[in-house]
Design a protein around this ligand. Sequence first.
Ligand code: NAP
Length: 293
Amino acid sequence: MPALQGSIEKRFGIIGYPLKHSLSPLMHNKSFEYFGLPYRYETLETEPTNLNKALSTYIEQGFYGFNVTIPFKEAILPLIHHLSDEAKAIGAVNTIHITSEGWLGYNTDAYGVLRSLEPYKDDIHNANVLILGAGGAARAVVYILAHYFSPQTITIAARNIQRAQALSSLLPRNSGIFFQHVFETNEDLKIAVLTSKLIINTTPVGMYPEINACPLPADVSLGSKHIVFDVIYRPLKTSLLKKAEEAKAQVVNGLPMLVYQGAEAFKIWTGKEMPVPLVFQHLKEALQTELQN
Ligand code: NAP
């Protein structure tokens, strides 16, 4: 945004490591420009050993808000002065607001998941759900499913059994949801796929540049009864979603999650509603251009 150079009143940024391919600067700078706000959003690649000092330095330099991504979503918790109820329950922060009352921490990934799955609410109610992966994104997914969608079962397919089992603490007490873990390579996974209505990939398998990788083994079939949600947005159509489309399943890519978590962060920082249709269009064009290059 060269026109604003020299007159920037507030700076915002995304903290992560490594941070080559974030779309967040495009999304937020487009929204600042839409409202004529003299703000700028930047990429802040931050060494993992340096988080506390780096954050203080950014704030001294005029940063008022941050998004937080891999590997800091959990590590940043002890540095935050006030956590939102959702960030506390999920155990991860992806948005920080620096205010006179302190550093406030939120988890807006949860809202991104909610908006992505909302159109399928009736399908998910009392259904079996399979989640691939047990990291930060999976925590937001399990929290939202358990609090807003009342599925019958949640099965986690993950290679790390401790991380998978820890997700059960996100279920409300007496939720009645049956929770189980399966390893992502054995027969149990096939059964879980066969019996699930909704399958959600929260692993990075299939993300650019490894776009031919698929988080489901080749001999696992999908069908037209499935809804398949891949939280990856680079590429928009992952190998998993291609496989799902070929089987005539319904598919959801990671772009709505990205945009709605961003919209919620934008509202926290500015009090304004992000121009969501404009941002969707802007990001789709950027992703299309990337595909052509
Ligand atoms: P994370 O905390 O590192 O968790 C990743 C999970 O995937 C872990 O369970 C990990 O297992 C598993 N995994 C990683 N590589 C794997 C492999 N080769 N085979 C099987 N399992 C594997 O990461 P995250 O923050 O949840 O992010 C995961 C993905 O979600 C990334 O692609 C990220 O870009 C995407 N995401 C998208 C949005 C959005 O707005 N659309 C928001 C957040 C995240 P281990 O624990 O055993 O390593």
